[in-house]
Design a protein around this ligand. Structure first.
Ligand code: LLP
Length: 446
């Protein structure tokens, strides 16, 4: 049912089409290009594996979404966690996009990219007092609070600073987003938000406090949502809640509708933007609230790819095992969520008399370091370049140096030019952070 999510990494059905690259990846003269740059040229320059992004696709995604929802009074805040690279954030910042952040680090990134504090929303289930202080000092648009205890922390920090904190309460509406269990966030048993039944009393009590400016409500039901009906369910519940709070004499100026809009792949199409906008219109646009959406994946997912080189090919049980130089530390999504990223070769696929599927794997010593089984790549040889598509969201941002591997570099393509936007972080960089400090004796402290 769900594209980009599979339940069994080995038994994946073959894609409906052999090669349906998105607009920015296209074949020319037997080679795969990103916009107007041959991916093999980038590989020669920066080495593999690397992420590359299409600037024009980023800009186009923002334009499409903001144009669809602006007539409804809704603004876009990019969820930085999906791809926090400074150059990517700058692309969106220049277009007037706001940001949704979940840590002090992401706040620093968003400000460094030139996003005004007044366009930044602070989400997340556990903000530290230091992060709350940082947010209030910067003058953020709003803090989405996820528990009564966190509300107390925000109030106490605001008191200390002599400020009034703009607060929205994140509601748990008990809606199943019908996506992968690890990225669904609004069922009753999930850790996120405040149970909907507890909201009216908490909102009323908070509204009477001078250090808090209760601006509204927030909801985020999950990620990679392809069937839009859970959005309708959640936002219908939110509209009822807004009316309920107002009937108690409470002011609700803003409604944050969360992120979660999914993207399609080579097997199925993604959701229809017009339908998404229509659901906003039908459920919440009439409330007179300032509306916000917080997409991450939808804005960056299709604009990025991971390019990797084939190290070795060996025989497996009914498959060719293709060992790549990219691994689960570079792209965690298959190992973590059973996600499937479409794979393409940079060369035109060769005829394959054998016709065994290719099992694409990384070199890490874990059985979960497997990208999936692909049937349409043709005959693969060592030295070939393979591209995982739809990897612009939660790819580089979730990468690590596990196994003391390099942190994968990132490249931005814009038309006929490209540039490195995160250099390779290698073992010497990592070891520089592991210089041991002096031994300390706690019994002598104080
Ligand atoms: N707002 C909040 C409060 C969130 O927690 C998230 C994502 C978003 C917005 C953006 O969601 P999006 O539009 O990107 O679906 N690592 C997982 C996805 C985790 C999403 C976490 N929250 C993956 O690779 O699929």
């Amino acid at each position: 049912m769900l594209c980009a999510i599979m339940t069994d990494i080995i038994e994946i059905a073959p894609p409906a089409t052999t090669d349906r690259p998105p607009r920015w990846l296209a074949r020319r003269d037997g080679a795969l290009y990103g916009e107007s740059v041959a991916l093999s040229d980038i590989a020669r320059t920066v080495g593999t594996p690397f992420y590359c992004y299409s600037a024009s696709t980023l800009r186009q995604a923002y334009a499409e979404l903001s144009e669809a929802i602006a007539p409804l009074g809704a603004r876009v805040c990019f969820a930085v966690k999906a791809n926090g690279n400074l150059s990517v954030l700058k692309e969106f910042a220049q277009l007037g996009c706001g940001m949704d952040i979940v840590s002090g680090g992401e706040l620093t990134r968003a400000l460094a990219a030139g996003v005004p504090a007044s366009r930044i929303i602070f989400s997340g289930v556990g903000k530290t007092r230091a992060e709350i202080r940082q947010a209030l000092a910067a003058g953020l648009h709003q803090i989405n609070v996820e528990s009564p205890a966190e509300l107390e922390a925000v109030a106490s920090v605001a008191c200390e600073m002599g400020l009034r904190a703009p607060v929205a309460l994140r509601v748990n509406p008990d809606v199943d987003a019908m996506t992968h269990a690890k990225i669904t966030t609004a069922r009753k048993d999930s850790k996120f938000g405040i149970a909907i039944d507890d909201i009216p009393a908490l909102y009323a009590a908070a509204s009477s406090r001078a250090e808090l400016h209760m601006v509204g409500l927030a909801v985020h039901i999950g990620s990679q949502i392809l069937d839009l009906s859970p959005f309708r369910d959640a936002w219908t519940v939110m509209a009822e809640l807004v009316r309920d709070l107002r009937s108690r004499g409470l002011s609700v100026e803003r409604l944050d509708l969360g992120g979660g809009l999914g993207i399609g792949d080579d097997v199925c199409d993604g959701p229809d933007l017009a339908e998404y906008a229509a659901i906003i219109k039908q459920t919440v646009a009439g409330l007179g609230c300032a509306l916000n959406v917080e997409p991450g994946r939808w804005l960056v997912g299709r604009a990025g790819a991971l390019v990797t080189e084939v190290l070795y090919v060996k025989d497996g049980a009914g498959v060719s095992i293709v060992v790549l130089d990219a691994a689960m530390n570079d792209l965690m999504r298959p190992a973590l969520y059973d996600a499937r990223h479409p794979a393409l070769t940079v060369h035109d696929p060769r005829a394959d008399a054998d016709a065994r599927p290719s099992l694409l794997v990384g070199p890490i010593c874990e059985s979960s370091d497997v990208f999936g089984k692909y049937r349409t790549l043709g005959q693969i040889q060592s030295g070939d370049l393979v591209v995982f598509d739809n990897a612009g969201a939660y790819g580089a941002s979730m990468s690590s140096t596990y196994n003391s591997r390099d942190m994968v570099p990132e490249v931005l393509i814009d038309g006929e030019v490209f540039r490195l936007i995160r250099r390779r972080v290698d073992i010497s960089d990592v070891l520089a952070h592991e210089q041991a400090g002096p031994w300390q004796n706690t019994t002598q402290a104080g």
